[in-house]
Design a protein around this ligand. Structure first.
Ligand SMILES: *Cc1c(COP(=O)(O)O)cnc(C)c1O
Length: 362
């Protein structure tokens, strides 16, 4: 176990060690079936139980009732960029997008293929350093839905107070911060997330959808691309990503053991605080990309005095057992992704490394 390192990759990302060990322990013989979970039929009782438990756990953690479904789909969050307008943007209506980073831009680009769109707010000026204020957001007249990205993985910003637009269906890409702290899930008509950042391994995309949205999906689109199809078939219309859903369920169980969203939220605030405090107390040696009021608990983006030092930082951190810290090219510098599975010890190790690096190079 002492060969495990601190993994700050943006995604796929670290998984809880307890979950990996559990999967390892039952890998060759899942619940006395004499087979691994990878080998059993998705129409078998053991898999049906996993699928049902994962849906129930997700709803329990989010505090959602019977008016929501949880679907386990494939194709990543990127396929949701297209499925959302295909299902919910009828001819003659407009879909509103709030742009807070590269992923929201991609979602908008896909929507434009299917209908009218309107940019209801954007912080592209200033390279997405912040989340727009409510006063800056201007919805179109009677939009079909409003789409937001709750956490901007690349830029390190997060809606610290999630918006609500009354009766207008609110749809969120929560790929990089789903279940990171308590929030009012009922304010959302739909939430989607690729699992590989904060939920489990890649291969499964979670869609949490209010049942009334399943009623009028157009029949002119492919069955695989209609939410209605997957809801009716309990996410088993075609062969589901069995292993990914199994792992996701283990992560959800683990999260319940951490005290649910309240417990993990406290821990995430403490973890991010260690790193942000180090940035703020570095007398300008470390400079955060995000405005203080828009800082993400999940992805901390920061620069050093020059690119030479940034390269050196990433290289030496790796030698010290802290990997995945190189930033995305559109922001530069460093990025520490610290999703739910990252431990407080990992963030403390990063803080210690940052202090030591500044002492030697500052
Ligand atoms: C990573 C990411 C995506 C892309 O997810 P895929 O599952 O790879 O398609 C979309 N949105 C956000 C916010 C992300 O962080």
């Amino acid at each position: 176990m002492n060969q495990r390192i601190f993994n700050f990759n943006a995604g796929p990302a670290a998984l809880p060690l307890e979950v990996l060990m559990e999967a390892q322990a039952e890998f060759l013989n899942y619940q006395q079936t004499g087979m691994s979970i990878l080998e059993i039929s998705h129409r078998s009782k053991p898999y049906e139980a996993i699928n049902a438990e994962a849906e129930a756990n997700m709803k329990e953690l989010l505090g959602l009732g019977d008016n929501y479904r949880v679907l386990f789909l494939q194709g990543g969050a990127s396929t949701q960029f297209a499925m959302v307008p295909m299902n919910f943007l009828p001819q003659g209506r407009t879909a509103d997008y709030i742009l807070t980073g590269a992923w929201s831009e991609k979602a908008l680009k896909e929507a434009k293929l299917f209908g009218n769109t309107h940019v209801a707010g954007t912080t592209a000026d200033g390279n997405y350093k912040r989340i727009p204020r409510m006063a800056e957001i201007q919805l179109s007249d009677h939009p079909a839905y409003v789409h937001i990205t709750s956490n901007n993985t690349i830029f390190g910003t997060q809606w610290n107070e999630l918006p609500s637009f009354g009766q207008v269906p609110l749809i969120a890409d929560m790929s990089s911060d789903i279940l990171n702290k308590p929030f009012t899930a009922e304010n959302f008509a739909m939430i989607y997330a690729g699992a590989q950042k904060n939920l489990g391994p890649s291969g499964v995309t979670v869609v949490i959808i209010r049942k009334d949205l399943l009623e009028n999906n157009p029949k002119t689109i492919s069955a695989m691309l209609r939410y209605e199809t997957h809801a009716k078939n309990d996410s088993m219309y075609n062969t589901p990503p069995v292993f990914s859903v199994y792992m996701l369920n283990l992560v959800l169980r683990w999260l319940k053991g951490q005290g649910g969203l309240t417990g993990i939220g406290k821990r995430n605030i403490a973890k991010a605080g260690l790193v942000y405090d180090t940035i703020d107390q570095s007398s300008g040696f470390y400079r955060g990309h995000a405005n203080v009021d828009s800082r993400s608990l999940m992805n901390v983006t920061f620069r050093l005095p020059n690119e030479e030092q940034e390269k050196k930082f990433a290289k030496e951190a790796e030698v010290a057992g802290l990997i995945g810290l190189k930033g995305h090219r559109s922001v530069g510098g460093l990025r520490a992704s610290m999703y739910n599975a990252m431990t407080l010890a990992g963030c403390q190790a990063l803080k210690d490394f940052m202090l030591e690096f500044q002492r030697k190079n500052g």
